[in-house]
Ligand binder design. Sequence first.
Ligand SMILES: [Cu+2]
Length: 139
Amino acid sequence: MKTIKSILAVMLVLVAFATVSAQKMQTVTILTSAQCDMCEEKLEKNIAFEKGVSSVDLDVQSKKLTVTFNSNKTNVESLRKAVTMLGYDADGMVANSEAYSKLPDCCKKPVKSSNSGAKSSGGCGSKRPCSHSCGGSGK
Ligand SMILES: [Cu+2]
């Protein structure tokens, strides 16, 4: 019985391995600097079009972007890069400064003002979910 059990176990592992390697799907979680619903929309829409990405979801609360992708077609590094090119930090990678400067105020990282006690002007508060009017024309 022992042998049968171990053979079964080996077969199970082989089948599982074969399935995984055939699909080459991988899921990663990337910590971004997303601030609001707009960021969520932007990141999800754009990353979804990255090569090899099958699904993408951003949790604004935790700022975590969960991406499922085909590791034959892309990798975590290029996904992080894609996030930085949209103006957001991705794990240790810092946002592309040009893309970041084009973000609406509410999508920028909250300014930690140590010298000025006053509320930071412009953007919405760091924790409030921002609306499209914030920092803009004020509809
Ligand atoms: Cu935003």
